[in-house]
Design a protein around this ligand. Structure first.
Ligand code: TYD
Length: 141
């Protein structure tokens, strides 16, 4: 299969149940919401102002990134094109396909970055060196 590029990644509107009295509830369900099943959830929080996270690519992992609270920016890079997404709604998620470099920054105070991932944590799925990432892209994945 051809490598994914940044245009294969987009913000998905998630199911939102609104109650005037009780507030909102958003659901992500395997087999319904995403093109992968969720095997792991983790979240970033208490990120100091001005700090950035990410700076890596995943060989196989797909993710949905949600600003569960606050806001931040996600920049995706496929080796040719960079595309930035500003996340600030708990009922939206950025679908990130495998093989793309990502940087997260501009975290607001109190931001919670929730990540729903297609696999458990595997250190060898990470590419943390940008030159190695470019080589990985050139080799056609
Ligand atoms: P890392 O992926 O480097 O964070 P970020 O790219 O968002 O800055 O992860 C930070 C640390 O947490 C690193 O030591 C690996 C560990 N970690 C796990 O043990 N399990 C996980 O599921 C994740 C995402 C990270």
């Amino acid at each position: 299969m051809a490598a994914y590029n940044v245009y294969d990644c987009s913000i998905i509107e998630l199911d939102k149940h609104h109650s005037e009295r009780k507030g909102n509830l958003t659901v992500v369900e395997n087999g319904v919401t995403l093109p992968f099943d969720v095997k792991r959830v983790y979240y970033l929080y208490d990120v100091p102002g001005g700090e950035s996270r990410g700076s890596h690519a995943h060989r196989e992992l797909s993710q949905l990134i949600v600003a569960a609270s606050g806001s931040f920016k996600v920049t995706l890079d496929d080796g040719n094109v960079r595309r930035s997404f500003f996340l600030n709604r708990p009922y939206q998620g950025l679908l990130v396909r495998p093989g793309l470099w990502r940087d997260l920054d501009d975290f607001s105070s109190g931001a919670v970055c929730m990540v729903l991932a297609s696999d458990i944590y595997k250190a060898d799925d990470y590419i943390r060196d940008y030159d190695e990432f470019l080589k990985f892209r050139q080799n056609g994945l």
